[in-house]
Write a protein that binds this ligand. Structure first.
Ligand code: BGC
Length: 807
């Protein structure tokens, strides 16, 4: 291929416009005349979803080739171990090379703003420092293999309901300090080849046409020089997108958008320079994307790595009277379908067809463990199943120790929709409620991507949270239960007691416009600051070892502070401890969380041994973002450095006075009262918040018609509109019913999950988003015809139906 600078001079305007629109489902456009090849991309983020010829971007397991399913981000984050992510990235890069994939769509580093987000499992944490560190290493690992990455979803895509047309309204401090922070770190330290913009609007403009986000911040401030692509179907007005800094539309294949670019250039509403800039970004990416295809890939080694990461990430939440680890020679009663059909990954675009799968049942059998099994509930149901329950209760009466395998299924937690509550599904909750009065020792082996309410926690003897452990999760689970390995993960997301304890519990995902009124008080930053009791704090996790902290010393120079201390393992068993450093800023008029995670380390300590640990914090990491001066400022005053086992279990602390010449803006004072108590945050009105954020709604172009290309299908209330909505539902229902008739097995499960995903996303999807994400399957002209129909324009609809689309 010739150099991008040479090629750009030879391309016609149409070729340029085509290069800016992808080729569905997962390619860029090739210009054969000039020897410009197409490159392939693939999901991501914790496995390679290599689609088969018949697959489309939403097809299930049977349509993708077998690859390693590593633990999803919410799980691997609990390892607090960035090395895991580097190794995972390297392995993913190798699998990409094996399958001839140029670019992996990940990592996804959005902040877990609320426990109900259906996609929390794909995101690392509620904390931007942790999410950023892990994202950096995943990108570095993948890119070490010459494979590209796409950091996603930029930005503030923290809910799934209304995901195609919802809006996040966020104040600049929360943006800079929480929601953009991890993106900034990964862009600065790992240089991902591409970034993927999110579906939602951010502060008045769709991310796909948000100039502030894509150009001012990303490129001008952070110096990003790679390519920005859209999420699949996230484009609204293609010309506005190019103007704002969106280079590549994905999946593309809607010729209309090629024409939009051509027309806008010809009409001089879109400068050709902007088009050329975007085309150069595409050409640079294509030029860089040389894959040295490999013939062999060590899938066994990757399976072992997936197991090691699952082991390093599982969190022991409770262990009364050290009931764990279990005696391998005793007999146990095992209850719960998850024992056989372990939930090891989430549903949606990241669904991996695992190369190998080890369930807890496989791992127990491999060890010759004696057990009785009774399902107790069905994994593919959420309602009570009295027969299953009765069988389990009968068996449980004679048992001493019960291993209960349960948690959240894909029916309640998935990409595409948010959970409706934080409870376990009825079939499991009611079963547990009947088991408890039997007064047995119950060990809950839990699976799922985000927190659940545990009202029965006091009545359990132990809880081992495997999260979503990836394909080798069963083996990891057996090793931990029987003491072959020592649990060492800690929670990367706070577990509230009840959903009503969550700050935005009433407004979260309840409507298309999300006002992020809690500002910087996200996750532990909220619970710690306002003394809200939680079930398990951020950074919490137990071990079979016992760790003691002592001897804190600090050293400071003009750039950094080094905090040193010792940890002693007072038990006989060797184990890993994740020590965490939180820093509280000086008391001032700048509202701030009580403390923030600034450093952490995972250290292995032999039984009865002691180790010295040092954690370093750069002074620049202690700054806050001043929204008036539009820059990061450092406040003078007393900073408290706290070392602990979790955000709520601080073991050592010391105060350090630090001087600075920066002067915080006065204007912050006016908002301080908003954030002084939890009640004051709750009482911020929408109007007050909009003023604080300086929020301007996007101008709506006046349309004579009631319905636009953006109207959610569920809102098409006219005679034809209702029929269009019903038809879309009927088609999805038909697909779902078809999957229910398939033979039992993983293929059925995967297809069923994809069908549920489609069913759930229909109501909030617009004709625009269906058309643009369908990669040519729903033609633009057909979608326009449907819109005309919904608006009652029969002749116009016929005209559109008869319009041929240009390929
Ligand atoms: C998801 C992305 C994914 C893309 C391609 C979208 O629906 O939001 O994360 O990479 O599909 O499958």
């Amino acid at each position: 291929m010739e150099t991008p600078d040479t090629l750009i001079k030879k391309l016609t305007l149409e070729e340029k416009a085509r290069l800016l629109c992808g080729v569905a489902p997962m390619h860029t456009f090739a210009v054969e005349r000039l020897g410009i090849p197409s490159i392939n991309v693939s999901d991501g983020p914790h496995g390679v979803r290599k689609m088969t010829e018949s697959g489309d971007s939403l097809s299930g397991l049977s349509d993708s080739l077998p690859t390693t399913c590593f633990p999803p981000a919410a799980t691997s984050a609990c390892s607090f171990n960035p090395d895991n992510l580097y190794e995972m990235g390297k392995a993913l890069g190798e699998e990409c090379k094996y399958y001839d994939i140029n670019l992996l769509l990940g990592p996804a580093i959005n902040i877990q703003r609320n426990p109900l987000c259906g996609r929390n499992f794909e995101y690392f944490s509620e904390d931007p420092k942790l999410a950023g560190d892990l994202g950096i290493q995943l990108v570095k690992g993948v890119q070490s293999q010459g494979v590209g990455t796409s950091l996603k979803h930029f930005a503030c895509n923290s809910n799934e309901n209304f995901r195609m047309d919802g809006e996040s309204v966020v104040d600049e401090r929360a943006l800079r300090e929480i929601y953009l922070k991890a993106f900034e770190s990964v862009v600065s330290y790992a240089k991902p080849t591409t970034l993927m913009c999110a579906y939602n609007k951010l502060n008045g403009a769709f991310c796909s046409e948000n100039k502030w986000l894509l150009s001012d911040v990303l490129r001008d401030e952070w110096g990003f020089d790679g390519l920005v692509m859209s999420d699949w179907g996230a484009v609204k007005d293609r010309d506005k997108g190019v103007d704002a800094g969106l280079d590549l539309e994905m999946p593309g294949s809607v010729y209309h958008n090629v024409q939009v670019i051509i027309d806008a250039v010809n009409d001089k509403t879109l400068p050709i320079d902007k088009v050329d800039k975007a085309v150069l970004n595409v050409l640079n990416l294509v030029e860089k994307s040389h894959i040295d295809k490999i013939k062999d890939c060590d899938f066994e080694a990757h399976d072992k790595l997936a197991m090691d990461i699952a082991l390093d990430s599982a969190v022991l939440l409770k262990n009364q009277n050290d009931i764990l680890p279990l005696d391998i020679n005793k007999k146990y009663l095992v209850i719960g379908d998850f024992f056989k059909t372990m939930r090891y990954q989430g549903s949606g675009s990241s669904l991996i067809n695992p190369h190998k799968l080890t369930s807890p049942e496989d791992a127990f059998n491999a060890r010759g463990i004696k057990y009785d099994f009774v399902s107790g509930y069905k994994v593919s149901e959420i309602n009570q199943n009295r027969d299953c329950e009765d069988n389990a209760i009968k068996k449980a009466k004679d048992a001493d120790v019960i291993l209960y395998f349960g948690g959240q299924s894909d029916y309640v937690e998935s990409e595409g929709f948010d959970r409706s509550d934080m409870k376990l599904a009825d079939n499991q909750l009611l079963l547990i409620q009947r088991l408890i009065p039997l007064k047995k020792k119950i060990i809950f082996v839990m699976f799922g991507g985000s927190p659940v309410e545990l009202p029965f926690e006091n009545d359990l003897s132990a809880i081992l949270n495997m999260m979503l452990p990836g394909q080798a999760g069963g083996e990891a689970c057996a090793r931990l239960l029987f003491g072959e390995s020592n649990p060492c993960g800690k929670l990367a997301q706070t577990w509230p007691i009840n959903y009503s304890d969550v700050i935005n519990n009433k407004s979260y995902a309840a409507g298309p416009i999300q006002l992020y009124k809690e500002s910087v008080f996200v996750g532990y930053r909220y619970y710690n600051t306002f003394n809200v009791p939680v079930r398990y704090p951020f950074g919490y996790g137990l071990s079979y070892s016992n760790f003691w902290y002592s001897n804190l010393t600090m050293e400071a120079d003009s750039e950094k502070i080094t905090v040193s201390f010792e940890i002693e393992n007072r038990s006989k068993v060797g184990g890993k401890e994740i020590c965490q450093l939180y820093v509280s800023g000086p008391k001032s008029n700048v509202y701030k969380p009580l403390q923030e995670l600034r450093a952490y380390k995972k250290v292995y300590i032999e039984g009865k041994e002691k180790t010295a640990v040092s954690l370093t914090v750069c002074l620049s990491d202690l700054r806050y973002y001043d929204i008036d001066q539009h820059k990061w400022l450092f406040e003078s005053g007393a900073y408290i450095f706290k070392v602990g086992k979790s955000s709520e279990n601080i073991k050592l602390k010391q105060i350090l006075n630090i001087a600075s010449k920066d002067v915080p803006s006065e204007s912050l004072n006016q908002y301080k009262n908003y954030f002084s108590t939890k009640e004051s945050i709750e009482s911020i009105t929408d109007e007050q918040f909009k003023i604080m954020v300086n929020y301007k709604e996007e101008e709506v172009t006046n349309s004579k018609d009631k319905y636009t290309f953006e109207t959610p299908l569920k809102d098409l209330n006219s005679f034809w509109g209702k029929r269009i909505y019903a038809l879309a539902n009927k088609m999805a229902q038909k697909e779902y019913k078809k999957t229910c008739k398939l033979e039992e097995g993983p293929e059925k499960e995967a297809k069923k999950k994809s069908a549920i995903f489609m069913l759930k996303i229909i109501p909030d999807n617009s004709l625009r988003s269906f058309c643009y994400s369908a990669g040519g399957k729903i033609k633009y002209e057909e979608a326009q015809a449907l819109l005309a129909l919904a608006n009652g324009h029969i002749f116009k609809a016929i005209k559109w139906f008869n319009t041929k689309s240009k390929k």
